[in-house]
Ligand binder design. Structure first.
Ligand code: FNR
Length: 337
């Protein structure tokens, strides 16, 4: 059942049509006509969780557990290696709880990128401590992502309906695991209040994964014809809003921006708003599935070139300077903050 669902998530993601809005277009960045910089010296390297990556980009959690997803994970990890960027595997529940035979589809990620690369394990916020240890072990993860996916589960016919006890479970995990714990959404955003609650129990890494991109209510609705959930497709906290609100918490809460990240402006704006690293899932998957490795590589080549273009156009020679840039909030986003 879980294997079938994994495949349907990828296939249905490619069939979704709802266009959300991250509200990142309401972040205005100013042009600098006199940058006094040499393009060849623009430095996009950044350090996260003790490792240096060449660009502040994360290939975010998607898949694993089937032959089909092993192929996807292989290609994604080749891209992560080629660009020296971070990568997260999809939920490892299937490998740690149910089917030992599908472990290779996850292990292949670490085997491909090598031990120097930044790789995140992934499980649900309901996972046991023992399974978190297994998930980290399987891919020698540098951190564990625990996903919160209430909207997805509730849209899924066979999904969970009891969401109690997750908070104390996360508390138990963060207190007993010696690797960083990243709490992530799957495309509906994290509010300041939820971030504060997580901060209070010791969470220092949040992937906001806001709305505006991959829409799991629609993906699940394509698997469940008994109900029309289309009026809920616009539900969620837009990525820009979630990011700005979570950044109001103390500095030692490190934020990953994701949800609807498609282009260089989304990435640069996320960094200016305070993200350490920026995650991409659906957009990269589309390039990969529709045109193969070379197509996805061309997309990433263009992306990193355009990030450098924007950095010179803003007069910023490295990521630290970029993150300290001024910005203005306009439009709907201004009304919401
Ligand atoms: C996901 N996502 C996801 N997240 C997670 O924590 N565990 C998972 O197993 C999956 N699986 C998954 C499958 C597919 C096909 C997609 C497209 C996405 C969610 C993902 O990590 C991210 O949070 C959202 O997709 C929002 O980002 P994008 O896709 O808008 O860039």
């Amino acid at each position: 059942m879980r294997k079938k669902r994994k495949r349907e998530h990828v296939e249905n993601y490619l069939k979704t049509s709802f266009q959300g809005d991250t509200l990142l277009s309401d972040v205005y960045l100013e042009h600098n006509a006199l940058p006094e910089l040499n393009f060849s010296e623009i430095d996009t390297k950044t350090k996260f969780l003790g490792k240096t990556i060449d660009y502040p980009i994360l290939i975010n959690a998607m898949t694993g557990g089937t032959e089909f997803s092993q192929e996807i994970n292989k290609e994604l990890s080749l891209l992560a290696k080629e660009f020296n960027i971070a990568m997260a595997v999809g939920s490892e529940t299937i490998a740690v709880c149910e089917d030992e035979g599908c472990r290779e589809s996850f292990k292949i990620v670490r085997e491909t990128v090598g031990e120097e690369s930044l790789v995140f394990a992934n499980l649900s916020g309901r996972a046991s401590l023992e399974d978190v240890e297994k998930a980290l072990d399987l891919i020698q993860g540098d951190a564990i992502q625990l996903h919160l996916n209430v909207a997805q589960e509730i849209a899924m016919e066979e999904g969970d309906r009891d969401f109690s006890g997750v908070y104390s479970n996360i508390e138990n995990i963060v207190k007993n695991i010696d690797k960083p714990v990243i709490i992530k959404e799957v495309g509906f955003g994290i509010s300041k209040e939820v971030a504060q609650k997580l901060y209070d129990i010791g969470i220092r890494y949040i992937d906001i994964s806001g709305s505006g991109g991959t829409n799991f209510i629609e993906i699940e609705n394509l698997r469940n014809m008994n109900i029309d959930l289309s009026e809920l497709y616009s539900w969620g906290i837009p990525t820009a809003l979630s990011l700005i609100k979570c950044k109001e918490l103390p500095e030692d809460l490190k934020i990953i921006s994701s949800g609807g990240i498609k282009n260089s402006k989304d990435i640069v704006k996320s960094l200016v708003l305070g993200a350490e690293v920026v995650g991409i899932s659906g957009e990269l998957l589309s390039y990969l599935v529709h045109g193969g490795y070379d197509n996805a590589k061309n997309y990433l080549d263009g992306l990193v070139y355009k990030i450098k273009m924007l950095m010179i156009l803003m007069g910023k020679k490295n990521i630290e300077e970029l993150k300290a840039s001024d910005y203005k909030i306009i439009g709907d986003l201004k009304d919401l903050i």
